[in-house]
Design a protein around this ligand. Sequence first.
Ligand SMILES: C=C(O[C@@H]1C=C(C(=O)O)C=C[C@H]1O)C(=O)O
Length: 448
Amino acid sequence: METLRGDEAVGTASDLTVVARSHELDDVDHAALLAEVSRPSVVWRDGEEAVVTTGATASITANGPDRFATVRETATALFDRLRTPATPQPARPRLFGGFAFHDGAADRGPSTWDGFPDAWFVLPTVQVTTSGDRCWLTVTATGPDADRQATDRLERWRERLSDLPTHEPTGRPGIVDQHRTPSREDWREQVEDAVADIRSGTLRKVVLAQSLSVGLERPLSIPDALSRLDTRYPDCVRFAVTTESEAAGTLFGATPEKLVSLSGRTVQTEALAGSTGRGETPAEDEWLGEELLDSDKDNHEHDLVVEAIRDQLDPVASSVQTGDRILRRLATVQHLQTPIRATLESDRHVLDLVEALHPTPAVGGLPPDAALETIKSTEAFDRGWYAAPVGWMDAAGNGTFAVAIRSALARERTASLFAGAGIVHDSDPDREWDEVQLKYRPMLDELE
Ligand SMILES: C=C(O[C@@H]1C=C(C(=O)O)C=C[C@H]1O)C(=O)O
């Protein structure tokens, strides 16, 4: 494998070619495949597309404030070296990975997020893509013998995939203990302080998060957790990232929030902010939804996100259109959602947009710098990759990134869950606490 440290030149091996080959397959059982593969591995399930990757022909890491540009440049140089014969679009080789919420992971010392740099992407050795009712195997190889290696690898994996051991799903692992950061009292104080800053005018909104560390009776099976999330959250992006570092756990989740999708010059994004619970009866559910749509507090919180996304897109777009504000109903929570579409003035890389948009005030705040400072000085845990962009990009600079919320980091018999809530001038600490508990549910339900 080739590790491309973004902070260095593209590497001494820049004259080496990278070769990709693909082949159409009969359907593959993604859970059975995932149970078989070793790290690094990425899972991405979005709409009718499901991808499992394993291995690294190359990986890119970048740390520090220039991480977006560094990954973009390194990825572009890598794709320039990639020779891919005519390949159906879903099977094209892609880079999968993501970013940390804040940069500076390298300076933070030991953390639950060890093995997750500020940015990490992989060109997988093996990529299995199901799109609708079709499925492809894509392999890559590098080095002086890349062509022969890619051909052999394709043959070996075709055989392996046609003969995967049957996967027997296991139950949920069970929780033996829980530890919350912050405590309920500390949370109250944190929210009150943030509200005071907002009322004094130094802040407009800040999203404060909590962390819940749990001990598990048995190690969690990621393939089985993802299968259950597929059933419960088919409209969310289900994802899992395991980097090559032996120190790293697996980040996984089912997020309702897309950061950005770029195809040619068409940008799709959204504002997702403002939350309430689901009702016990259809009538109560309806009532809660109406109350959310009418809530001044939640509409203000949401308006700030729409406004910030428009401002970020304006300099690069020839037009930005916002759709109607609607209710997004999920299993345990409902949100206000506004779809946003833009047309770019000139060609851009998806990472330009990721950099411009991350973090939106749906997970950061406004003004951005003051909100990030508040988050750093308030939260007593490392956000790591929580609430940060995860996704993929291709050789054309297109890609899709989701916001890694409703997520957890699992490692052996432990898991760390993360969830947050947007604080504005009239936030009530107890209501925000309850909202965070609802946002833990998708992950907690997988563990209990
Ligand atoms: C921060 C989270 O969710 C975000 C915050 C929301 C809010 O404050 O209403 C709603 C959706 C997400 O944009 C999370 O789930 O952890």
